[in-house]
Design a protein around this ligand. Sequence first.
Ligand code: AMP
Length: 276
Amino acid sequence: MKHVITLNELRDALDSLPRPLGFVPTMGYLHEGHMSLVRRAAEESASVVASIYANPTQFAPDEDLDTYPRDIPRDKAMLKEAGVDVVWIPTTEIMYPEGYQTWVTVEVVTQPLEGARRPTHFRGVSTVVAKLFNAVRPDKAFFGQKDAQQAVVVKRMTQDLSYPIEIVVCPIEREEDGLAMSSRNTYLNEEEHQAALSLSQGLKLAQTAFQSGERDADALRQIVIDRVNAEELTDLQYVSCAHPSTLEELEGDVETCLISMAVFVGQTRLIDNIVL
Ligand code: AMP
């Protein structure tokens, strides 16, 4: 596996890679969720490039960029073991050189849910993903359903900017106890981890209700709200029942929906979702 930093090193490394080329962008501190994307990329592509970059422009000033967990040697060992051909670990000087002032904004699907609570987040995401796509020029790029709105935003941007890239969205990987894997789970102590199980448990309860015929959006949202609020250590930010591709909030009976949520458990903000 080649480790490249600069755009020139990346270009040289890409020259010799057989196509189709699969690309997995990450912010590092890798776990099984990331590795499921890498494995899927390896199955579906002749070569795989991964990137590790905790993109500062998608973090608000009061968010956790400075404390975001990092372990590049461990990440590299995991990617190498999984058969990744090139890992690109750019610096912020490379991604946002002095005087940087160009942004990609996706206008509508960025407004609700995470976008409403993190107003500058998706501008950072779409900009960095566009820059990564321009540099790597993959045939396919792999994203996780864990960040459901991000996947919708990236698909929209890819279509709108005519990138010849197929976006593949991979299912959420969970711990055995149901907690959706996340680099941020490392912030949780044992008590908080237990309280955090209410997210996936709430979603499971909503799924069971849906399977038994419950179709009312309010009722489905309320099932999740009640389960999360039953825990003392949780502070619910939102529960949404929205259209899975337009992300419009739904009322009344639903045929299909994305139930998504953000919850503070102690200081840690967690997200989770399910498509019914
Ligand atoms: P991150 O490093 O958090 O930016 O995540 C990099 C990619 O991995 C994104 O496309 C995420 O949606 C995906 N990802 C993160 N956690 C999971 C998970 N538990 N299951 C599946 N994909 C995930």
